[in-house]
Design a protein around this ligand. Structure first.
Ligand SMILES: [Zn+2]
Ligand SMILES: [Zn+2]
Length: 126
């Protein structure tokens, strides 16, 4: 099934996508489907299918769902950079903002210290 705008019945072409955390029901479905796929793959390879259960299920903090939108129903580009809460299934009347408080952006690792050599080359400091 190809993705459609988050607003039910909206046929407009998609122009935006952002991420939100899955609900517990979605997470349970995803974990069950992943376990079934691993069990089938192990059985097909002639290995012990019970080993599939040893792999931990995904948690809400490591899993996201994509939300798609058309131009009329998209949130702002700034908001789309954030991961939204599981309750943010539809931005609703709050467009172009949304109804939840999105998670803060990850902090990028800072650049390592460098040294400029007399020749002008910039190299990592030792
Ligand atoms: Zn739409
Ligand atoms: Zn949101």
């Amino acid at each position: 099934m190809s993705p459609t705008c988050w607003r039910p019945g909206c046929p407009a072409p998609l122009v935006a996508q952002w991420q939100r955390r899955p609900t517990q029901a979605e997470l349970d479905d995803q974990a069950a489907a992943a376990l079934a796929a691993r069990t089938a793959a192990l059985a097909a390879a002639g290995l012990d299918p019970a080993a599939a259960a040893a792999i931990p299920a995904p948690t809400p903090s490591t899993s996201t769902r994509a939300v798609h939108a058309c131009a009329d129903h998209a949130i702002t580009m700034d908001l789309a950079q954030h991961v939204h809460q599981d309750t943010c299934t539809a931005p609703g009347s709050a467009l172009p903002s949304c109804s939840c408080t999105p998670e803060p952006l990850p902090v990028p690792p800072s650049a390592p210290p460098t040294t400029t050599l007399p020749t002008g080359w910039v190299v990592p400091a030792t």
